[in-house]
Design a protein. Structure first.
Lengths: 287, 749
């Protein structure tokens, strides 16, 4: 097994592209090291991207923030600007792992691990976040929702790495929130989850909304019908009921050791409702 | 809460000195099983069956043996054939012969110069399996058409015509059930299931074995009983006991799960074959798959009650599976099920069935939590049906001194009524309940053991005392034994150090189990102190020129017994010890015996829970443990036992379970998906210690370590059932299970 620590994204991409064997990209390592220890993967090449210039910084950009691919959870959680603009994304990211894991784990890594249960991904999708990808053929920007294609599968091609994620600017009177269900209070993986982002008009009526569900389908699911159920409303009981139904209807989960189909389907709706209420309140709406 | 019936005034017992192992543990100096190393040591690794049930057609180890760096490969052929069923089962569990009986069953092992080479060697061992149909559910395993896990293992107690998986049947009780049920105003009959749970100790099994060419061997391992390890390993390897010295390491949790062997005989066999020391450390995955979880159970309980809350009859049918090997744990379930109650008619019927699961090991009060969960759930439902107070109802039926117990003996002094009354007057019981919150309670019981015990006490010439005992300290026994020695000798606690001997340095001691150590080793320590005191009195008598009988021991010193004995100033332990070489040589006390008289222990747990009706999530809001400790030698450790048992029981009740797939393979062999509670899941666990002295111990000590895991299962289930308005009948009450019950209930309303 070879270990490389390139200083540029282009160099990292080229090394990964040139390696004929199994490769892994190492950022925080909170997934890769666990997989190595468990014998789930035996890579021929590990490329550590933490030393790429700028990859650990958070920079303001066009009213939003660009989050470097090696920014750890604890670092984002301490960034007042991002927390104020996208509190739901930050709270989702901060739910990953333990305090120790928070010192290492990254949103880009969470995304690239490809788990349908990844905590930060539904919040990023609801936020309309965009990943910047560097590959052997250059740089491209892709919405986060288009990155996962199935459990453990991504739309990235060989040699491509994510170098940053852009959280866009947003209108005033906007709010977002993320909730997950786990059987414990921490140190666990989502059995179902929901990220909601919405914007209100001056009267408190929802003018735009995005509802993304995790752990209830092979990939994160952006549910248009759920958004439609609350746009134009003030989250009255009928809207919430419609939201729950739309969210549950969008689920196609599996039965496994963490939860049943019926459980995930029901709880995804409940979480969407509860996350919407929090996002509504954060946007300045009152009920 | 302290009783006043026991006259003795204690100076040390009942205080809370710092724990003797505390500094080593918090500074990382404590030597656990994996911390021991030897020059030239090899890494041992074990190859395990990926199948739930398979015939082992062949094992080809030649490619592994040819790999550079591999020093030995062993299979079942490297162990001595065992005639005795008990030893053969232990051996078969350590290394499969003809069949792999569960996912994770060991089939071969290697010793190599590095972990990497050992891992590569495992991949080169070619095992040809023929897969067989499997069964992991106890009720399915009892069906006549079930796949047979092992044939020919049924005892004569099992009626003909049952599945060969049914190995054991037992009955306990007295009185006439039919007439008892005829007297009832209400009868409730319910069925329950509980999942297999693991002790979840933090330290995985680890050992280092070194066998020399002359056949002498040393073994260092984390265990609850080094003598039992010696007995088992000596048999499996064909060694004499004197040639195998076993040293117990510091232990990172046991809870019963480290009372047998898994890797130790394998490491010895690898060391014998390679001629080098071999260390084996289990991974967490191996701990879950191939050590000993609890039984799984399926239980039917029927109880009749009068309108005013008197139980007229109780009946239970208990079906347990201890995995792929015969187990008698159901006996303890059958005996414990109704032990808390004074009943005219009671009977339990127990069955054990084989399944393709790992061989059960002990886990805190083995067999009792499951049975008492079922009984206490039905009593709670009867209380709801009859609108009776659950504590008053239990008080009305409580066993007391003179009660013919449901399992045979007549109780001596016991603390159940005092414990129930303490719960009744505690503010928790009368605190108002918020909407949606349920309050549950349960009584619990454990027998407690005594057993073979041996203690030596050396009086050092500087006036300090070294106590040598043979039971690994899993619950604070070094502190409590030092305290009892200090109490009896009349010297300060800090003058005493208690160590745990290897098997060559002290006579046999039974395993640290059955909550026996503070009782039995404590009793042996008191007797050894009395032996040393007699010798010290004789030395003083010799110096004073009077008869030894004319000297007595008061406050840590020899004094003349009465005015006729002569006038001499008291001679302290230190003074006698300082001149011991001039008065006859070193002074030591010793005691060896089979301890009887372990007093049973009762507990009552009370808890409040809130259940999220939309997700099925349970939050434990308040929890209080009441327990009779007989005499709390070191109350902080007693409280720790009560809290620890409650926490393990809460995990068992809410989330912990072995989950098997349709392929019979374990789905959750790790702490991510085998969910023990984390700190933030739990409220503070409040404790109330009762002290109703055990007549079988001079200080009144009862074992306290196991009783506290018994009541939480029903306490939680009763609280959740009352919170959601649905009687829960399966553990764990995981959120999907609760949500399904709530949705089914709401759909009917």
């Amino acid at each position: 097994m070879r270990y490389l620590r390139p200083n540029t994204a282009a160099e990292a991409a080229q090394s990964l592209a040139d390696e004929p064997g199994v490769t892994r990209v190492l950022a925080g390592g909170t997934d890769v090291l666990v997989q190595l220890k468990a014998g789930m993967v035996e890579p021929d090449l590990i490329v550590d991207i933490k030393h790429i210039d700028g990859i650990r910084s958070i920079t303001a950009e066009a009213g939003g923030f660009r989050i470097g691919a090696a920014v750890a959870g604890a670092e984002l959680g301490a960034h007042a600007g991002v927390k104020a603009l996208w509190p739901g994304v930050v709270e989702a990211f901060e739910l990953i792992g333990s305090t120790q894991v928070q010192g290492r784990c990254t949103m880009a890594g969470n995304l690239c691990n490809g788990s349908p249960a990844a905590d930060s991904v539904p919040a990023l999708v609801a936020a309309g976040a965009v990943a910047r990808i560097v590959g052997p053929k250059g740089t491209r920007d892709v919405p986060v929702r288009d990155i996962p294609t199935g459990p453990g599968k991504l739309s990235l091609t060989k040699g491509e790495i994510i170098t940053s994620i852009l959280l866009p600017a947003r209108p005033p009177r906007s709010g977002d929130a993320y909730l997950r269900f786990i059987p414990r209070t921490e140190m666990d993986i989502a059995v179902a989850s929901a990220g909601v982002s919405l914007t209100l008009d001056a009267a408190g009526k929802i003018t735009a909304a995005a509802v993304a569900l995790g752990a209830v389908a092979p990939t994160v699911r952006l549910v248009e019908a759920a958004s439609a159920a609350i746009i134009g409303t003030k989250l009255d009981d009928a809207a919430l009921s419609n939201l729950m139904q739309a969210a549950s209807a969008a689920c196609s989960p599996i039965d496994d050791k963490r939860g049943t189909i019926a459980f995930r389907t029901q709880v995804a709706g409940v979480l969407a409702k509860r996350a919407a209420l929090i996002a509504y309140s954060r946007a300045g709406g009152s009920k | 809460m302290m009783d006043t019936g026991h006259k003795r005034i204690f100076k040390v017992v009942g205080t809370r000195p710092p724990r003797p192992d505390g500094i080593d543990k918090v500074t990382g100096r404590a030597q656990y099983g994996a911390d021991v190393s030897a020059p030239g040591m090899l890494t041992g690794r074990i190859l395990r069956s990926p199948h739930a049930h398979a015939e082992i057609v062949s094992i080809d180890t030649s490619a592994a043996e040819a790999l550079p760096g591999v020093k030995a490969v062993v299979t079942s052929k490297d162990f001595v054939f065992q005639d005795d069923d008990f030893f053969r089962d232990v051996q078969e569990n350590c290394m499969a012969t003809a069949k792999a009986l569960y996912d994770g069953h060991a089939v071969a092992a290697v010793a190599a110069v590095s972990p990497e080479v050992a891992k590569a060697a495992l991949k080169l061992i070619k095992v040809t399996y023929k897969q067989l149909p499997h069964v992991t559910d106890v009720d399915l395993a009892m069906r006549p058409d079930a796949p047979v896990v092992q044939d020919g293992r049924s005892l004569e107690t099992v009626p003909a015509g049952m599945s060969a998986n049914v190995t054991h049947h037992s009955e306990f009780g007295h009185g006439d059930l039919a007439s008892g049920f005829a007297k009832a105003d209400v009868i409730v009959e319910r069925s329950f299931t509980t999942a297999a749970t693991h002790q979840g100790y933090i330290e995985p099994h680890a050992c280092l074995a070194a066998m020399n060419a002359d056949g002498r061997a040393d073994l260092w391992c984390c265990t609850q009983g080094q003598y039992n390890v010696r007995t088992l390993c000596a048999a499996l390897l064909g060694l004499e006991a004197s040639q195998l010295r076993v040293t117990a390491s510091e232990i990172g949790g046991g809870f019963g799960g480290k009372t047998t062997v898994f890797i130790e005989p394998v490491a010895l066999a690898l060391s014998r074959k390679s001629g080098k020391p071999v260390k084996i450390v289990m991974t967490r995955d191996e701990v879950f798959k191939a050590t000993g979880p609890t039984v799984t159970s399926s239980i039917d309980v029927k109880i009749g009650m009068t309108r005013d809350g008197r139980i007229t009859a109780g009946e239970a049918h208990l079906r347990y599976s201890g995995g792929a090997f015969p187990s008698g744990t159901v006996d303890m379930g059958g005996q414990a099920a109704f032990a808390a109650y004074d009943l005219a008619a009671v009977r339990t019927f127990g069955w054990n069935a084989l399944t393709n699961r790992p061989k059960e090991a002990a886990y805190r009060a083995p067999g009792a939590p499951q049975a008492i969960y079922a009984v206490e759930s039905v009593i709670d439902e009867l209380c709801q049906n009859l609108n009776l107070d659950p504590l008053d109802t239990r008080l009305k039926n409580a066993a007391k001194k003179g009660t013919l117990s449901s399992y045979g003996p007549t109780f001596d002094d016991i603390g159940l009524i005092a414990t129930l009354e303490a719960a009744k007057k505690h503010p928790h019981y009368t605190a108002p309940l918020a909407a949606g919150v349920g309050r549950g309670l349960s009584a619990g019981f454990w027998f407690n053991f005594g057993g073979n015990t041996c203690v030596t006490m050396n009086i050092n010439t500087d006036g300090t005392v070294s106590v040598t005992e043979g039971n690994p300290d899993i619950g604070g026994s070094r502190a409590s034994i030092s305290m009892m020695a200090a109490e009896e000798l009349g010297v300060p606690y800090d003058k005493i150090r208690t160590i745990i001997a290897d098997t060559a340095s002290l006579g046999h001691n039974d395993v640290t189990d059955g909550s026996r150590v503070t009782f039995a080793v404590g009793l042996a320590t008191i007797k050894a102190a009395q032996d040393a005191i007699a010798k010290m009195c004789a030395r003083a008598a010799k110096l004073w020129g009077i008869d030894a009988e004319a000297v007595e021991w008061v406050d840590g010193a020899a004094v003349p017994a009465g005015p006729n004995a002569g006038k001499f100033p008291p001679m302290s332990l230190a003074e006698i010890a300082a001149v011991s070489f001039q008065t006859g040589g070193p002074i030591a006390g010793h005691h060896e015996f089979h301890a009887d008289g372990a007093g049973v222990s009762f507990g009552v747990h009370l808890c409040d829970v809130a259940v999220d009706r939309e997700t099925g999530a349970t939050k434990v809001l308040r929890y209080t443990v009441f327990q009779d400790a007989g005499r709390a030698v070191h109350p902080a450790y007693v409280e720790g036992q009560m809290q620890g048992g409650a926490v393990q029981g809460i995990g068992w009740a809410l989330n912990e379970e072995y989950i098997y797939g349709a392929d019979g393979r374990l789905q959750n062999a790790g702490f991510l998906d085998y969910r023990v509670p984390v700190a933030s899941d739990l409220p503070p666990i409040d404790t109330v210690i009762l002290e109703i002295p055990n007549p079988g111990h001079p200080y009144g000590v009862r074992g306290v370590g196991e009783t506290p895991i018994v009541p939480p299962l029903a306490a939680l289930s009763n609280a959740v059932s009352r919170a959601v308005g649905v009687r829960m009948q399966s553990l764990p009450m995981s959120p999907p299970r609760i949500l399904a019950a709530v949705m089914a209930h709401d759909a009917k309303v």
